[in-house]
Design a protein around this ligand. Structure first.
Ligand code: ZN
Length: 244
């Protein structure tokens, strides 16, 4: 519906200006569960979310907690394979990248890292958010792989919840690293994804490549590429928390 409206608007604008209509063949927002996909977790606190936003803006976090608690959320898993394409499953890629990122962080930074899942298990959306909330994490990074009906769609994008300044900074720092692995930079976007809304801390979600694109998929199939993505996620998180 949204794309339809955009297309209509674009057609009207272009017919007025005499320009060729752009092709809106790709979805603007990745197909991940939105905030109304499931009930809010019991330990979701809008007040805590707001306080976390203000605390980090004031940079008090640097004295309050030098060593951050990070929750990494590998998308999908178990009964939910996520996107499929080119012989790959999103749930396998996100788990591998997530575990590699955790391993890199704990080996190199003074941080504590928790995973919403560490194996191929089904984890409900509310469980992912409530887990991060129960750990009092300082920030939350959800990892996903994109998909589109058009196989030419490719590249990287990250997300924050609309209006979240700290989420925006986290999404931007990770994006600035991850974009080095892709020729198509799709930008830092906003979306009302469930895990971005119901986590009590700054949160971002990354879509590193399209499983439906032959070139992105052949890269994602290589463990060396997934290791690079994991390191780039970690570097972005480091820059977000420590500022360098
Ligand atoms: Zn996903």
């Amino acid at each position: 519906m949204k794309v339809g409206k955009l297309l209509l608007t674009a057609l009207i604008c272009c017919s007025l200006t005499g320009m060729a209509a752009p092709a809106f063949a790709e979805k603007e927002i990745a197909d991940e569960p939105m905030w109304d996909s499931a009930p809010a977790p019991k330990n979701y606190s809008p007040e805590k979310k707001k306080a976390a936003e203000e605390m980090v803006i004031n940079q008090k976090s640097f004295t309050l907690a030098a060593n951050p608690i990070i929750v990494i959320d590998p998308g999908h898993g178990g009964d939910d394979p996520g996107a499929l394409g080119n012989g790959l499953k999103e749930k396998d890629l996100t788990l591998d990248i997530g575990l590699r990122s955790k391993n890199y962080i704990v080996a190199n930074y003074p941080a504590t890292v928790y995973m919403t899942r560490s194996s191929d298990t089904t984890v409900a959306l509310s469980t992912r958010a409530s887990y991060a909330n129960s750990k009092n994490a300082n920030f939350f990074v959800s990892m996903h792989i994109n998909a589109a009906s058009l196989s030419s769609a490719n590249g990287v994008e990250t997300y924050n919840y609309p209006g979240s300044t700290t989420g925006r900074r986290l999404a931007t720092e990770t994006y600035n690293q991850l974009r080095n692995s892709f020729s198509n930079d799709r930008g830092v976007k906003e979306a009302e994804f469930y895990v971005l809304k119901y986590t009590n801390m700054p949160a971002s979600l990354g879509e590193t490549g399209f499983i439906t694109n032959a070139s992105d998929a052949s890269q994602l199939a290589q463990s060396s590429f997934r290791q690079t993505l994991a390191t780039q996620y970690a570097t972005g998180m480091h820059r977000y928390w420590w500022g360098f």
